[in-house]
Design a binder for this molecule. Structure first.
Ligand code: C2E
Ligand code: SIN
Ligand code: SIN
Ligand code: FE
Ligand code: FE
Length: 407
């Protein structure tokens, strides 16, 4: 009642006088076992190749769907099953959620999202054990649950927990429309694929949470800076809006100088905090409705150094210090606090200085009222090569500044 492989060799026996064939003699051997062994070796090779192919995709991709979609075709092909799916365990909601599938006729499986309290899937996660169901008809389904295997005509089921670093990451399920008869090498391969799927899920979740914490950190950094910036604006109503305007325009001008996004992050922070050091200048000086005395001026000129002292201990702001520390340096070396000259002054600070003076002069101050647009243009042009980097002035005056938002 079974199919066998037969090796067969036959030869004719001739009549000695007439030369005619009178009979056939032969030998035959049942080589079923040899053929099965050969088949097993071929299967092993195919499975090893499949594992390597899957491994290559998983280690080069952080996209979970992509990794699982490259894994599942190998599952059904090498294991000779009809369908397979991966459900990912959501440890927060304690439920299993659909991630990928292959070989299903209906789309019901894609809706999978349920708790652990019912079905073989929940059982596998809770017990962290594989589950083999030779005949799905006989599984004790809870009343009310409509298993999809009926519509799909599945007979046998095998589910494996996906465990990485001691945690259940989900399950891999395979379905067959004819009875399964799992052999040890079949199970080995299923477990190897389950290991790959677990790694793929773990990698993707690690990457996700890393991205999320980076994002949250960036938001937290920014909230801190915006908070300080608002504290400065609250103190100094006159300059309200100034910080926002000079930051936006400095970033635009930096772009025209070919400065890339990575450095713009620091420029933005530096511009938002450029006059942070004025927090160390007494109100009587900062809000004096008159010229400053030489003593007062000495204190006022300390504000870039104050900013340096306040901000330099904060590691993520150190690359942002160019502007707070150097925005009052002048091209001809007559600025403060260090009297830097020309290109000794960091480019972001040279760019910022033009924007800052422009906006300061266009605004009312306790000691003077705002200058006209033409007066400011004239002043900036005249200061090229003295206060300002001539290249920056040229680029700046070629921008249509007053049409910038906020100006
Ligand atoms: P700020 O008001 O934000 O001014 C920034 C920069 O814009 C000044 O840096 C200066 O380069 C330019 N600027 C502002 N107003 C004028 C002006 O009326 N004429 C000219 N030619 N340039 C002007 P600077 O000079 O290093 O001043 C730094 C800070 O010191 C100013 O920031 C302001 O807070 C304060 N300050 C400067 N001069 C006076 C003053 O006469 N009286 C008072 N109470 N504060 C002053
Ligand atoms: C399951 O994965 O929960 C069982 C599959 C079925 O509903 O037939
Ligand atoms: C195989 O594909 O290796 C055999 C499948 C089975 O054992 O059921
Ligand atoms: Fe300043
Ligand atoms: Fe300013």
């Amino acid at each position: 009642g079974s199919v066998r492989w037969i090796w067969d060799r036959a030869f004719p026996i001739l009549d000695e006088e007439t030369g005619r064939v009178i009979s056939v003699a032969g030998i035959a051997a049942d080589i079923t076992e040899r053929k099965q062994a050969e088949q097993r070796i071929q299967d092993q090779i195919a499975r090893l190749n499949a594992l390597r192919a899957v491994d290559t995709v998983i280690s080069s991709s952080l996209d979970l769907k992509l990794s699982l979609n490259s894994l599942l075709p190998h599952v059904i092909e090498q294991l000779r099953v009809d369908a397979a799916d991966v459900l990912v365990f959501n440890p927060g909601l304690l439920q299993l959620e659909y991630a990928a599938s292959i070989g299903f006729h209906s789309e019901a499986v894609e809706q999978t999202m349920h708790g652990l309290e019912y079905g073989p899937a929940g059982d596998i996660v809770l017990k962290r054990q594989s589950l083999y169901i030779p005949d799905l008809q006989k599984y004790p389904w809870e009343p009310g649950h409509v298993p999809f295997h009926k519509k799909e005509n599945f007979t046998s089921y095998y589910g494996v927990p996906l465990v990485a670093k001691g945690q259940v990451k989900g399950i891999l399920e395979v379905f067959s429309r004819s009875p399964l008869d799992p052999q040890p090498d079949w199970l080995d391969f299923l477990n190897a694929l389950a290991g790959q799927a677990a790694i793929a899920i773990d990698d993707a979740q690690l990457f996700d949470s890393l991205q999320r914490s980076n994002f949250e950190l960036a938001i937290a950094y920014d909230a801190t800076i915006e908070g300080w910036s608002r504290a400065m604006d609250l103190r100094d109503k006159e300059t309200e809006g100034h910080t926002r305007r000079v930051t936006d325009l400095t970033l635009k001008l930096a772009g025209l100088f070919g400065i890339g996004d990575a450095e713009k992050v620091h420029i933005r922070r530096g511009a938002l905090l450029h006059d942070m050091g004025k927090l160390g200048v007494p109100d009587a000086i900062l809000f004096k409705p008159d010229k400053l005395t030489p003593e007062e001026w000495q204190i006022m000129r300390r504000h870039p150094a104050y900013a340096y002292e306040m901000l330099s201990p904060i590691a993520y702001l150190r690359p942002a210090l160019d502007i707070p520390y150097c925005h009052h340096e002048k091209w001809d070396g007559t600025g403060y606090p260090r009297g830097l000259k020309g290109e000794q002054i960091p480019l972001p600070a040279r760019i910022f200085a033009v924007v800052d003076v422009w906006d300061a002069l266009r605004s009312d101050r306790p000691y003077r009222s705002a200058w006209s647009k033409e007066q400011v243009r004239e002043f900036i042009r005249a200061e090229a090569g003295r206060h300002f980097d001539p290249m920056v002035v040229e680029t700046f005056l070629n921008m249509d500044i007053e049409s910038q938002p906020g100006f």
